[in-house]
Design a protein around this ligand. Sequence first.
Ligand code: UDX
Ligand code: ADP
Length: 480
Amino acid sequence: MVKICCIGAGYVGGPTMAVIALKCPDIEVAVVDISVSRINAWNSDQLPIYEPGLDDVVKQRRGKNLFFSTDVERHVMEADIVFVSVNTPTKTQGLGAGKAADLTYWESAARMIADVSKSDKIVVEKSTVPVKTAEAIEKILTHNSKGINFQILSNPEFLAEGTAIEDLFSPDRVLIGGRETPAGQKAIQALKEVYAHWVPEERIICSNLWSAELSKLAANAFLAQRISSVNAISALCEATGANVTEVAHAVGKDTRIGPKFLNASVGFGGSCFQKDILNLVYICECNGLPEVANYWKQVIKINDYQKSRFVNRVVSSMFNTVSGKKIAILGFAFKKDTGDTRETPAIDVCKGLLGDKARLSIYDPQVSEDQIQRDLSMKKFDWDHPIHLQPQSPTAVKQVGVVWDAYEATKGAHGICILTEWDEFKSLDYKKIYDQMQKPAFVFDGRNVVDAEKLRQIGFIVYSIGKPLDEWLKDMPAVA
Ligand code: UDX
Ligand code: ADP
């Protein structure tokens, strides 16, 4: 029986391994992590991450050919294929701070693999890493190998949160990069056989190591670029009276462009986009390509601009001050159908409003109060360090309340900011909400989920990203 071990039981490692276990009953899969609480959660009824369909897959295979364990060394030693899916935070200090990936966790995982291995292994990069990481890892492994043969593969994950299980069941493509030597090709073939249990052969793409590593960064940069492009247009729509939904629809009808990822929003978030672009920028700079670096930097600048533009719109509409005013925040996760808050635009929007002394009442159906408080008190990039290194009980940010109901959040509020596109925000009883709010009552829809016309009929002043402005808002221009 082939044995697989995955180091890192996070958003990528957990769901990916659960699906491999489901689709390959002949393979034993162990997911290991140094975080005891995370592994305990994977072994309980309350999984550590919320992902539609995940519970079902885990329940079907856990204890049969899917195991979650903190015994990292034993499982690595026994495995034929070791996936590495540990964190790769952005460096906060030293060379490349604020841009380069911090490979501390990767390096310690590689050294541990070299230490405990007694048989040949295929080591698979699963977490997104800078181009040429495989080369560094290969050096660590071969210089400490005691005669054992290690083959390094890059097999980037393209799943998106909220649809992870669907994405894993029928991926657009699986990408496997390896060395162009006979041993490298044999390793590629071995991993290909794992995926071939359920993925059609024509969707499994093989390449050299560097192409695979770069493809992941490039794919995320292209996706983020589409969002920044439509968000840039959304600002122009507001200035001219065009409607960004109509513009995106017309533009996306061109089959060369396509309709996906053209939803204007308060900004993109998530653990990958910003981090991967910063990484790409850093690699370009290191390779003497400042023009290319600046090109990609602009994608992040527009994203930051979109978030501050939103905050400015809120403050300017409410007579240029939100000091002491209650603002309801509906949605905190970086997108719907996930409880993940990594790099969520809600953090920057909330911090911006708090900077103007607003009182916030936050509701998200999947994010806990502890997580929100932690996010609002954490420094930039600190989120990407293992959970056990972060303070367990953050000092609560004064002026922030977290409630478990949208009606409670909006009671007595002056304004509402919708920051995640949860379906339930479309069908709230906005008449009831309006009646319980201060007047004039504002809705700032950062995800274009509400029917603005209906809300205006109730009496709300409504701002929707990239849509023609209410007369009120025209009179109170936001200075970005
Ligand atoms: C992304 C990539 O899609 C995935 O392939 C990669 O493996 C990891 O990074 P993820 O971060 O989970 O996945 O979510 P995604 O659906 O890409 O959304 C990212 C952000 O962009 C979210 O904040 C989302 O709300 C925002 N977004 C997305 C928009 O603002 N507009 C859109 O049209 C699409
Ligand atoms: P991703 O979204 O890429 O899956 P996560 O942060 O959710 O990232 O998961 C990474 C996991 O890797 C964390 O649970 C962390 O505890 C774990 N981890 C980091 N370093 C090691 C290591 N050396 N050995 C085992 N697990 C590790």
